[in-house]
Design a binder for this molecule. Structure first.
Ligand code: PXG
Length: 322
């Protein structure tokens, strides 16, 4: 564990992260042990936060999640995240046994129980306990658990120097299958794409849609800057309708920067002046290389840096107090 209490990862020669400590029991004995989890209405110790092996969230990936950050004693865009959770639930015919307000309050309660000021929330709703067999109607009650902890997607120096990204062969699924808007517990396309990127020595992977247009990265939305305009693919090209993406639209409008949506091919990123990625976990981070092509001069660009700074200020000054 680092000084911030988060698990630190070493990177092996294949660029596959391995826990610094392999023994899960030794991990459990350390300070992580003190984490409190909200589980179906109760705050319990991490060691007691258990889900049945017959839960369809585990058996079939039948469930949904949200990732939310809190900064400086405030949860950033709490309502938007919980609203998106409810939209995912609706798409999956998952009947939430709690109101939106109750889920917001449970989120705040979890943060308070862990005594944190800054961190990351993972909110998971599973279909619940059922029988073997896909039928979700045999699972009477969904389960919800909320973890308040930390998350570090990329090393700190990459926020200064920028990320190198490679294109993955794993595509974003077509909306004719499960919509990419649903934050479901089946993230295997993204996990496999991430593995491809890590195997190639990159920290992040670009995912295309079925037609070969840019959708997004494995956990972040993609933006380019060209001739002082900020451009991002429409969500209909296969990205998640990111909440951080939405904040970039707001910041551009506040700062007088032109922003628009446009379908893009990899060529558009290769030849852009600047590029950056956004996501709750990733926050805002410059992308300086794609598939060995330097983007612009290969350094974080001025408009990206301006937006990144504005984002940092916004997250620390807005949000739901807890
Ligand atoms: N695309 C995908 C596929 C995502 O999962 C984003 C874009 C960014 O959306 P927001 O709303 O966060 O701006 C996400 C969300 C992780 C992790 O552990 C990543 C996300 C969420 C939860 C966990 O890497 N990204």
């Amino acid at each position: 564990f680092g000084q911030d209490g988060r698990i630190k990862f070493l990177v092996d020669k294949d660029c596959m992260p391995v826990p610094e400590r392999q023994d899960a029991r030794s991990i459990n004995k350390s300070k992580i042990m003190s984490r409190k989890i909200w589980l179906d209405g109760k705050i319990v110790d991490e060691a007691d936060a258990k889900i049945s092996v017959f839960d369809h969230g585990l058996l079939y990936g039948d469930g949904i999640f949200e990732g939310i950050r809190f900064y400086n004693g405030r949860v950033f865009r709490l309502t938007e995240h919980i609203e998106r959770l409810y939209l995912s639930a609706k798409a999956l015919l998952l009947k939430m046994p709690w109101t939106l307000e109750e889920v917001c309050e449970a989120t705040l309660q979890t943060i308070r129980a862990n005594g944190l000021k800054d961190g990351y929330i993972r909110l998971v709703v599973t279909r619940g306990i059922g029988d073997l067999g896909l039928n979700p109607y045999l699972c009477p009650t969904p389960s919800m658990f909320i973890i308040a902890s930390g998350i570090t997607l990329y090393p700190a120096e990459l926020y200064e120097n920028g990320l190198e990204v490679v294109t993955c062969s794993t595509r974003r699924p077509t909306p004719a299958s499960l919509s990419p808007q649903v934050k479901s517990l089946n993230y295997l396309n993204n996990v496999m794409a991430k593995v491809e990127a890590l195997k190639a020595g990159a920290k992040e992977g670009l995912m295309l849609n079925e037609q070969g247009y840019v959708a997004e990265c494995t956990g972040d939305n993609v933006f380019i800057v060209k001739k002082d305009e900020v451009i991002t693919p429409p969500v209909s090209d296969g990205s998640l309708d990111g909440i951080t993406r939405q904040v970039i639209f707001e910041l551009c409008s506040e700062l007088g920067i032109t922003i628009r949506e446009m379908s893009m091919a990899r060529y558009d990123i290769y030849t852009a002046d600047e590029s950056f990625l956004t996501g709750t976990a990733a926050e805002t981070i410059p992308m300086v290389k794609l598939d060995e092509r330097e983007i612009g001069d290969g350094k974080p660009g001025p408009i990206s840096l301006k937006l990144i700074e504005a984002y940092r200020q916004k997250v620390r000054s807005e949000g739901t107090l807890f």
